[in-house]
Design a protein around this ligand. Structure first.
Ligand code: DGT
Ligand code: CA
Ligand code: CA
Ligand code: ZN
Length: 586
């Protein structure tokens, strides 16, 4: 378990204790412990093994024991027990924006509210406002929070859905009689968020029932919502639903194509098939005979894979990411689909954090993790001074970091840490570091982190002004949206892209699974305007570097090729590019 995971659990314990009405000092100790763990510069497992964790200021015996158990076993009995002592409905109430643990406690004790439905009812009946310390405003906040929860909890981040899908698919693949397994649906199309997981398997007919039985009795299954011979659906403990469909070998390509979707793509593909005199569905492909004879004397065509299906219709193979009925059919007809960027094209990245601001790992830890991924460079862009919540650096601290980078860079001949910084775009569009300091960096990422409440025009002008600064190399997370949490601030994204095109500014695809923007639709607009993108994980941990792959998914979904993506340059090319760009903007 890494620092972040440990810190999250400690702070959850603090919250649970608050809900249970425990001594406030005890609650605060856990929240404080979480903050201390996050900001530790040393390796947590070393501190635990050596027992030094006990001597850290603010971490007493109770906390150090719990941290030790978490780090060594990956679990904590105290936490599991505490969690199970709070009714599930009350836990859910904590995930609503608009009420904190203290209020949840009051509602569950005075009004005996134990589920979200009861909470909604109490709000609508105006019962909440009668409780001391609550008002009409709180009622409205709770209702708004509930409605957001409903919209959002129906979908999942790709980072939560993907590992679950892989586990279930690997489980099915090992079952007797199963010869093929593929994850289909929105996950295969690399959508921004995932409704449910769709798994498709080829199994011997004689084993299909047993396969379904094993699938529905997997230990991660919380509830079975459908159990059939060819299709079953379950809700997993993680809250994500998962469908399994079993087909035979011949049906597989058609089923894979159908269940990959999107629905809109399927509809178009079927109608193209129909125009060509074929009938296409999830089981096969056949020549349309006369209306009455359909089904009876179907002449079925074999397709060995999805490529075959597209070929039969005179189309180039359409990669799953492009199957959104957004122009892919026209290009596939002309055989002019782009050669999409791949994970193997990625040679490094640009927007990562270290312990110099709010990252969990040191410069050298991050660099070594990047080298392990086979990268040639790692761009570090820690926060600037205004990001005080994120331990933003002063100009002096940035200079100190750069010296440290110079020293580290002497260690390698084929790898470099690039010296970047993530500067805050202030409300008036200016940046919080001086031009001199920015000019001393290899590159500069500029991002909005505060003052979201502006009109669309103000926000657009603010960002356009920032990226027009000649020291700014790239724009960070364009719209500020957080998937399943927060909408974008009002912004005319096209205008910003137009401005970026004019000054040659790069726009990042922030690959953090909660951001994933430039969104894929805007990627296409950016490409049209000649704006290059950089795929940035915004990593705060070594593991976070791997998020780049989600960004590659978005880039592919946005029709981008390796030429459109800065990270596909080699170290040498990137260094030359950055120097040249500086000269051009002088
Ligand atoms: P999701 O789960 O909301 O993230 O999105 P999908 O695309 O995975 O949708 P899902 O799980 O409902 O269905 C999987 C695929 O099955 C979908 O992408 C296309 C196909 N499909 C489902 N329902 C229909 C339909 O009514 N018509 C057609 N043509 N295809 C459908
Ligand atoms: Ca799905
Ligand atoms: Ca589904
Ligand atoms: Zn960042």
């Amino acid at each position: 378990m890494d620092k972040k995971q440990v810190a999250d659990i400690l702070s959850e314990i603090g919250t649970l204790l608050e809900v249970k009405g425990e001594n406030p000092f005890k609650c605060r100790a856990y929240h404080a412990g979480a903050r201390i763990v996050t900001s530790l510069t040393q390796d947590l497992s070393v501190l635990v093994t050596s027992g030094e964790i006990r001597n850290i200021k603010g971490i007493g015996d109770a906390l150090s024991e719990k941290i030790t158990e978490l780090v060594t076993t990956g679990k904590l009995e105290y936490y599991e027990k505490l969690k199970s002592s709070v009714p599930p409905g009350v836990l859910q109430m904590l995930s609503i924006g608009g009420i904190g643990p203290a209020k949840v406690r009051v509602l569950s004790t005075t009004l005996k509210i134990a589920t979200l439905d009861e909470l909604e009812k109490a709000c609508k009946e105006g019962k909440i406002r009668s409780v001391e310390g609550f008002g009409k405003k709180t009622e409205e906040n709770i209702l708004a929070g509930l409605s957001a929860l409903k919209t959002y909890s129906a979908r999942h981040l790709i980072s939560s859905a993907e590992p679950v899908a892989k586990t279930m698919a690997a489980f099915v693949a090992k079952l007797k009689g199963v010869s093929r397994v593929e994850i289909a649906g929105s996950l295969r199309r690399r959508a921004e968020t995932i409704g449910d997981i769709d798994i498709l398997a080829v199994a011997k007919e004689s084993e299909a029932a047993a396969v379904m039985q094993s699938f529905t009795s997997h230990p991660d299954v919380e509830r079975i919502t459908a159990h059939g011979a060819t299709k079953s659906s379950v809700i997993l403990l993680s809250g994500i639903s998962c469908d399994l469909r079993i087909v035979n070998e011949l049906e597989f390509p058609f089923a894979l194509n159908y269940f990959t979707g999107s629905k809109e793509h399927n509809v178009r593909l079927r109608s193209l098939a129909r125009e060509a005199g074929y009938s296409l569905n999830e089981y096969g492909f056949s020549k349309i005979e006369s209306q009455e004879k359909r089904g009876a004397s179907k002449q079925a065509f074999r397709c060995k894979d999805e490529e075959d299906i597209y070929r039969m219709l005179g189309l180039a193979y359409v990669p799953p990411e492009l199957r959104e009925d957004c122009g892919e059919f026209e290009k596939a007809q002309e055989k002019k689909l782009p050669q999409l960027v791949t994970e193997q094209d990625i040679k490094g990245t640009f927007h990562c954090h270290t312990t110099h601001s709010d990252g969990a790992h040191s410069l050298s830890e991050m660099a070594n993790a990047a080298r392990t991924l086979g990268w040639q460079y790692l761009g570090i862009a820690d926060h600037s001074i205004s990001a005080s919540y994120a331990n933003g650096m002063t100009e002096q601290r940035l200079k100190k970091q750069q010296k440290e980078i110079d020293l580290l860079n002497q260690n390698w001949s084929n790898f470099r840490i690039l010296k970047g910084v993530e500067v805050d775009i202030l409300a008036d569009g200016s940046l919080d570091f001086s031009d001199d300091v920015l000019a001393g960096c290899d590159y500069v990422v500029a991002s909005v982190h505060s003052s979201f409440k502006m009109t669309e025009q103000q926000m657009t002008e603010r960002i356009v002004q920032a990226i027009s600064n000649r020291n700014v190399t790239m724009l960070g997370h364009l719209s500020g949206r957080l998937l399943l949490q927060r909408e974008s601030y009002p912004l005319n994204q096209e205008q910003v892209v137009d401005a970026a095109a004019k000054c040659g500014t790069i726009i990042e695809i922030n690959a953090h699974p909660t951001r994933l923007e430039l969104n894929w639709r805007m990627c296409r607009y950016a490409k049209e305007k000649g704006v290059r993108v950089a795929i940035n994980p915004d990593a705060h941990t070594m593991n976070g570097l791997k998020d780049v792959r989600f960004g590659v998914g978005i880039a592919r979904k946005g029709w981008l090729t390796r030429q459109d993506v800065l990270n596909s340059m080699t170290l040498k090319e990137v260094q030359q590019f950055l120097v040249r760009r500086k000269k051009e903007r002088e």
